[in-house]
Design a protein around this ligand. Structure first.
Ligand code: C2E
Ligand code: MG
Ligand code: MG
Ligand code: MG
Length: 283
C-alpha cells in the first residue's frame, strides 16, 4: 500500500516536473537569440547612504519573453552559466550599465554616482573579465572607483587561492569589490579578512527578520562591526519598511537598498528621478 501511495504521489508530480523541464528547455533555446538581438533589459535599483543621499544604483537584468512576461534572473542566469552565455551577458550588462551611468554622472556631477554590477566568477574567466571591465570603463569614460562589482558569497566556495587571485586581479583595476548576500554562503568571517573587499551586502533574509526581535539584530550588528574593523562599508539589502530602516540605521549600516527606497526601474525612470532630484535641489 505504501508503495502504491508513493507511486501515485510521484505520478501527481509528473506534469509539474514536465512543465518545469519544458520551461528550462525553452529558456535555453531562446536566451542566446534574445541576447544577440538585444532583447534583455537592464533595470536599476537606487542605493542610498544611511543619511538619505542617493549614491548609486545596482544593475539587475530582466528578460521580457514573449508569452511569458518578465523572466527573473534567478531563472536565466543559471542557464546562461550552464550554456556558456554568461560572459556575453556580463559584457552587455557592463556596457549598457556604464553607458547609463555616464549620462547620470554628467547630469549630477555632485553625487559621484556609482554602478554595482553582479559578477559570477567562473573558472578561467579572470583575465577575460579584467579586460572586459577595463575596456567598458574606458569606452564610457568612467573612473574605476565608480564601478562596484558584486560577487555572491556562495560563488566563493572554490578554494581560496583562486578566489583571492580573482579578487586581486579585479582590484588592480581600481574598481570597488562587494560581497553579495553576505551571511548566507559558506565563507567565514576570517575568510573576509583575506580578500581585498570594499563592501559587504548583508543579505535581505537578515534584514526582513529584524522586526521579529530574532537573533538577526545580533547577526547584523556582528557583520557591521567586523566590516568596520576591516575598513569596509556595510550595505543593508532588501529594506522594505520604515522599521527596518530605523533598525539598520541603529545597527550602524552605511548604505541601504530596498523597495522602501526604490524598486529596480528602467533607465528612463532613473533619468526622470535624477532630473527631479536636481530640480528639487535647485529650488
Ligand atoms: P542580488 O544581487 O542579491 O539582487 C537583489 C535582489 O533582491 C534583486 O532581485 C532585487 O530586485 C531584489 N530586491 C531588492 N530590494 C528588495 C526588497 O526590498 N524586497 C525584496 N523582496 N526583494 C528586493 P532580482 O532582480 O530578481 O535578482 C536576483 C539575483 O539575480 C540577484 O541577486 C543577482 O544575484 C542575480 N542577477 C541579477 N542580474 C544579474 C546580472 O546581470 N548578472 C549576474 N551575474 N547576476 C544577476
Ligand atoms: Mg547584487
Ligand atoms: Mg544580494
Ligand atoms: Mg540576494
Amino acid at each position: 500500500r505504501a508503495k502504491n501511495a508513493g507511486r501515485n504521489a510521484a505520478a501527481a508530480f509528473t506534469p509539474e516536473l514536465r512543465a518545469i523541464n519544458l520551461r528550462r528547455v525553452e529558456i535555453e533555446t531562446r536566451l542566446r537569440p534574445a541576447l544577440e538581438r538585444g532583447e534583455l533589459e537592464l533595470h536599476f535599483q537606487p542605493i542610498h547612504t544611511i543619511a538619505g543621499e542617493l549614491c548609486g544604483f545596482e544593475a539587475l537584468s530582466r528578460w521580457p519573453l514573449a508569452g511569458r512576461g518578465l523572466v527573473p534572473p534567478s531563472e536565466f542566469i543559471p542557464v546562461a552559466e550552464a550554456t556558456g552565455l554568461l560572459s556575453t551577458l556580463t559584457d552587455w550588462a557592463l556596457d549598457t550599465g556604464l553607458a547609463a551611468l555616464a549620462r547620470w554622472r554628467a547630469l549630477r556631477p555632485d553625487l559621484d554616482l556609482t554602478l554595482s554590477v553582479n559578477i559570477a566568477p567562473t573558472r578561467g574567466t579572470t583575465t577575460y573579465l579584467q579586460q572586459a571591465i577595463a575596456s567598458a570603463l574606458a569606452r564610457h569614460h568612467i573612473p574605476a572607483h565608480a564601478l562596484c562589482l558584486e560577487i555572491t558569497e556562495s560563488a566563493l566556495i572554490v578554494d581560496d587561492a583562486p578566489a583571492r587571485h580573482f579578487f586581486m586581479a579585479l582590484r588592480d583595476l581600481g574598481v570597488r569589490l562587494s560581497i553579495d548576500d553576505f551571511g548566507t554562503g559558506y565563507s567565514s568571517f576570517a575568510y573576509l579578512t583575506q580578500l581585498p573587499v570594499d563592501e559587504v551586502k548583508i543579505d535581505q533574509t537578515f534584514i526582513s527578520a529584524l522586526a521579529d526581535r530574532t537573533a538577526s539584530a545580533t547577526v547584523v550588528a556582528s557583520i557591521v562591526g567586523l566590516a568596520h574593523q576591516l575598513g569596509l562599508q556595510a550595505l543593508a539589502e532588501g529594506v522594505e519598511t520604515a522599521e527596518q530602516l530605523a533598525a539598520v540605521r541603529r545597527l550602524g549600516c552605511d548604505l541601504v537598498q530596498g523597495y522602501l527606497l526604490g524598486r529596480p526601474m528602467p533607465a528612463q525612470e532613473v533619468d526622470r528621478l535624477i532630473g527631479r532630484e536636481a530640480f528639487a535641489d535647485a529650488d
